[in-house]
Design a protein around this ligand. Sequence first.
Ligand code: ATP
Ligand code: CA
Ligand code: CA
Length: 163
Amino acid sequence: MQAFLGLGSNMGSRLEALQRALDLLSTEAGIRVQRCSRVWETDPVGGPEQDDFLNVVLEIDTDLTPHDLLAACNRVEAQLGRTRDVHWGPRTIDIDILLIDDLTIADGSLTVPHPRMHERAFVLLPLLELLPDPVLPDGTRLMDVRLPDQPARLAFPPLSIPA
Ligand code: ATP
Ligand code: CA
Ligand code: CA
């Protein structure tokens, strides 16, 4: 299956956290990282006053079930010291599942497509680098969604994908 993950960091060494998360994801059984967007720096959206984020979107190929993929993402977050104190607060790393093929999932622990992705420039801009014309399972074309007016800057070297 093809899936897209959205990663964000706004604490500590942000670029290093993104690279380490990519590396750890690619060592997870059943996950192969195929492509990575550029690194975008974005102003925080929602939540308390906090530092700017670095964000990327990854395209992965996976044999995992959606819930096993979520568990793998949570494991990598934990390895990078992610804690959940403040809702939408600062984090060393956040890994969200954006899309998994054309699956629609909505249960207590997992919602795919990610329900807030189309409101977030920090997801849409990097996703559009990897998919020029993304279409959600319900037929929504993200090209038709008004891009949110949220500051985003490209000023960082790209991450590297382990061989
Ligand atoms: P947001 O979901 O608005 O981006 P957040 O990333 O800060 O907020 P978290 O605290 O990281 O929220 O996640 C809360 C819970 O969301 C997770 O424990 C997970 O079970 C659930 N969840 C539901 N759908 C998804 C998804 N598509 N990707 C990642 N987590 C999800
Ligand atoms: Ca998130
Ligand atoms: Ca999350």
